[in-house]
Ligand binder design. Structure first.
Ligand SMILES: *Cc1c(COP(=O)(O)O)cnc(C)c1O
Length: 427
């Protein structure tokens, strides 16, 4: 059944898209068996084995096409096999890929200069994964606390928020409140205080003379695309300035175009002291992350105190530079804004028709599924059979975050298919 506000099911490239995967007997079956035998079970992926990708579409090993509405958790903001990014990577492969930071190389200077410029800050500390950027942010904040703010040795604390997701290291999961992320992995590093997300008053109350930072995702992605109250981030900014505490924005997922701005903080007019970046900074090609801040903060780190063998490598810088130059045009952000308005508008038409709530900003939506029509996982499986890749989170929510290069017509088609998938199978 079609719901009000949805177009008929005339999706583009319908003839080319997925259809029901029949894994048994295909080459996918053998590949799934290999993973089952030898890959640690730290994920529970949907049963699709992807072989190639282009733009917002991927193709599986049996030639079926799917619209990618996850975009590797926004690491693929610029689309699969983005020609500009692939060309930059290929050109650099023929030059040099790794020098270590024991020596200088000719792309680090341009990379840190242009990234600092994009963020309106002085300095960049390059790392690889998002979790490493968060860990680096924690170390920088503690060093700043002891060396600049004058916090007592080993007494520093950092205020974090309930429902947070900042990565998977033992320190980071220690201040998660998700039992799956945390339980069974202690003991954990001390020095973190959790207050409810969206509650600036609670954050202010948790700050004392030993507080060095407030660490926040401007929009909580893994928690289900939770957008805070309008005054939350501006209030946090004011509190951190008043109390001489660093505001650290984890923009690993929310940053670099996804919400229609270069940084999600900007959509509330907020400038944090420290940006943590990752995911899309590597253009979907390799892991590239960074901590970006002014000299009075990042300048506290001295030679030998922190590093990474691969951090800031020539290949990462070549791809990262191209990402920064694409963002500097404003075009990805504009697309996210315009397409996001369209997506959120159409999704809100589903509320009351198998959907209980829709949240989002830019081209990033969390859709709460009415338990009557199925779990988030069941919806993701139904969408897979319809040729669309989505990811469920926390049981009843699915996330939509297609590459920012997605075509409007493909997006409309995906929402139509979601509307159809929300009708429980007969019987
Ligand atoms: C994904 C993510 C991280 C961790 O990034 P990895 O590259 O997976 O280590 C950190 N913070 C946020 C907000 C994220 O979404």
């Amino acid at each position: 059944m079609l719901h009000p506000g949805t177009a008929p099911l005339t999706g583009p490239r319908r003839s080319l898209r997925g259809g029901a995967p029949t894994v048994a007997g295909s080459s996918a079956a053998r590949l799934l068996r290999l993973e089952e035998e030898h890959a640690a079970r730290n994920y529970a992926p949907l049963p699709v084995v992807i072989a190639t990708g282009e733009g917002a579409w991927v193709t599986d090993v049996d030639g079926r096409r799917y619209l990618d509405c996850l975009a590797a958790y926004s690491a693929v903001n610029f689309g699969h096999s983005n020609p500009r990014l692939v060309a930059a990577a290929k050109a650099q492969l023929d030059r040099i890929t790794l020098t270590s930071r024991a020596f200088h190389h000719d792309l680090l200077g341009p990379f840190v200069t242009e990234l600092a410029d994009l963020a309106g800050k002085d300095m960049v500390l390059p790392m690889n994964t998002g979790a490493e950027a968060v860990e680096t942010g924690i170390k920088v904040a503690r060093a700043w606390g002891y060396r600049v703010k004058g916090v007592r040795p080993d007494a520093a604390n950092i205020v974090v928020f309930g429902g947070n997701f900042h990565g998977r290291t033992t320190t980071i999961v220690g201040f998660s409140d998700d039992p799956d992320a945390r339980d069974g992995f202690g003991p954990f590093a001390p020095g973190f205080r959790t207050v409810p997300f969206g509650d600036a008053v609670a954050a202010a109350a948790a700050i004392d003379e030993d507080t060095v930072a407030v660490l926040v995702e401007p929009i909580q992605g893994e928690a289900g695309v939770i957008v805070p109250p309008e005054d939350f981030l501006p209030e946090l900014r004011r509190i951190c300035t008043d109390r001489h505490v660093l505001l650290i924005a984890d923009e690993v997922q929310s940053g670099l175009g996804r919400v229609g701005e270069t940084f999600a903080c900007s959509s509330w007019g907020v400038v944090p002291d420290v940006y943590l970046l990752g995911k899309a900074l590597g253009g979907g090609i390799l892991p590239v992350s960074a901590v970006v801040a002014n000299r009075d903060v990042l300048g506290v780190i001295r030679p030998g105190e922190h590093g990474s063998t691969f951090g800031g490598n020539p290949l990462a810088c070549a791809v990262g530079l191209e990402v920064i130059r694409m963002l500097a045009t404003g075009e990805p952000q504009r697309r996210a804004r315009e397409l996001g308005e369209r997506l959120l508008g159409r999704l809100s038409g589903l509320v009351g028709h198998g959907v209980t709530a829709v949240r989002g900003r830019g081209l990033w939506a969390g859709v709460d599924i009415d338990p009557e029509v199925g779990t988030g996982r069941e919806l993701a499986e139904r969408m897979l059979r319809r040729g669309i890749l989505v990811k469920d989170t926390h049981g009843a929510t699915i996330r939509l975050a297609p590459p920012l290069v997605v075509e409007a017509a493909d997006l409309d088609w995906a929402v139509d298919e979601l509307a159809a998938a929300l009708v429980p199978p007969a019987g």
